[in-house]
Design a protein around this ligand. Structure first.
Ligand SMILES: Cc1cc2nc3c(=O)[nH]c(=O)nc-3n(C[C@H](O)[C@H](O)[C@H](O)COP(=O)(O)OP(=O)(O)OC[C@H]3O[C@@H](n4cnc5c(N)ncnc54)[C@H](O)[C@@H]3O)c2cc1C
Length: 379
């Protein structure tokens, strides 16, 4: 597949074995895997630093929640994140996740999963959950589970740290402020000149349609917009990523239990506000103690950039109910956007030996990207 925006006489910017377009977590994971497989790598990123979905998320490496193929990718990714912690000083916490249950139907989902995966899921009492929440947590909590394999990374710093580390490696270069425009089979064309590359791997997330609209349309890749906020913490150290009932309906390992049907019916009837914004109510703590809270989901080819105050308030209210507090003090609000497809959780398309496209299309890029990259560049 070629792109028509080619300027054959543009200057030569660089040369490499593998050119990666995009420095989000998908691109960076592929760059690391290509380097480890012995290739000379160039990353081009149109912005002056990573600012896409990869820095706007919860930083939850949600290993336990995945099933099937995604569980395999997540398991590989988990090991790679730990390796990157040692190699590149990326902040990775082996804190696990905690699923907080406030109803018997939520506990039933967790119990069923624990039966099939006893090593991955540890059922906890209310007091044990509160201990994991650093003493925080409302009286409505009836118990829950520790999801032991989950990791937490700091999303604000992880991608930038990996990019800086990559730029310092022999055999790797990173060009910020450089947009990938297309390839003619031997050279990639960028906004700063051509790059001689044997292989190009396009990892531009939800902006795939700007480059390859037919591919995006054929795979039903659209944009999913999510509302997030940063709030002051409750004064407790909350090490794990914290999931609630709506998360149990979103991630396959929970959602595929037979107990999930009753939970879904109850949430649909009792919490139309959460259903209406397609909520996954959860939070993680940043190193400064503040909480990343979210989120809602709205999928369209082109999404409105406007944040809905009612949506933020619905999420805020639900998180207050989990923490047992009246209000949380807001410090930031933002919209995150990721690639989404109803067809498949990720897109891996290869066009001959020269051009590949990789995009995580299910909102789990922090969880599976390193596994996906390992498949693209086995070593
Ligand atoms: C609010 C929110 C919460 C989430 N929470 C989680 C979570 O807790 N756990 C989890 O596993 N996943 C989570 N996700 C999903 C995860 O963040 C994404 O799946 C992942 O970040 C996608 O990575 P990416 O590299 O494809 O995209 P991005 O991070 O968006 O990176 C794409 C990059 O490509 C660049 N680019 C685009 N076009 C060009 C071009 N032509 N040339 C050069 N560069 C280009 C962009 O500037 C950008 O830097 C969340 C997502 C959001 C939005």
């Amino acid at each position: 597949m070629s792109n028509t925006l080619i300027a054959p006489d543009s200057p030569l910017l660089d040369s490499c074995d593998v050119l990666i377009a995009g420095s989000g977590i998908v691109g960076l994971a592929h760059a690391v895997a290509a380097l480890d497989a012995g290739h000379r790598v160039v990353v081009v990123e149109r912005d002056s630093r990573p600012v896409g979905a990869s820095i706007r998320n919860f930083g939850h490496v949600c290993v336990t929640g995945q099933a099937g193929d995604l569980a395999e990718l997540a398991a590989v990714s988990r090991e790679r994140w730990l390796t990157m912690a040692a190699r590149a000083d990326v902040r990775v916490a082996e804190s696990g996740g905690v699923a907080v249950a406030r109803g018997a139907d939520e506990l039933a989902v967790l119990e069923e999963l624990q039966d099939s995966r006893p090593d991955a899921v540890r059922l906890l009492t209310r007091e044990q959950i509160r201990a994991l929440l650093g003493g925080a947590g409302s009286d409505s909590i009836v118990g829950g589970a520790h999801l032991v394999a989950d990791l937490r990374v700091d999303p604000r710093t992880a991608a930038g740290t990996i990019a800086t580390w990559l730029a310092g490696q022999d055999g790797a270069r990173v060009h910020f402020g450089t947009a990938y425009l297309g390839t003619d089979g031997t050279h990639a064309v960028t906004s700063r000149g051509r790059v001689r590359a044997d292989r190009v791997v396009v990892c531009v997330g939800h902006d795939l349609d700007y480059l390859y609209p037919d591919l995006a349309e054929a795979n039903d890749v659209r944009r999913c917009a999510l509302q997030m906020a940063l709030v002051e913490g409750p004064g407790a150290t909350i090490a794990p990523a914290v999931l609630t009932a709506t998360s149990l309906l979103r991630y396959d390992a929970f959602a595929q239990t037979s107990a999930a049907a009753a939970l879904r019916a109850r949430i649909t009837a009792a919490s139309p506000d959460l259903v209406g914004i397609d909520a996954n109510v959860m939070f993680t703590q940043r190193p400064d103690g503040r909480l990343l809270i979210g989120d809602s989901h709205h999928t369209e080819r082109t999404v409105d950039p406007f944040l809905e105050e009612d949506t933020t308030e619905t999420i805020h209210r639900e998180i207050c109910r989990v923490l047992g507090v009246d209000r949380l003090t807001f410090r930031q609000r933002w919209q995150g956007v990721y690639a989404s497809s109803g067809r498949a959780p990720y897109l891996a398309a290869d066009f001959g030996d020269h051009l590949s496209v990789r995009s995580v299309t299910s909102g789990v890029g922090m969880t599976i990207s390193f596994g996906l990259a390992q498949r693209t560049f086995p070593n």
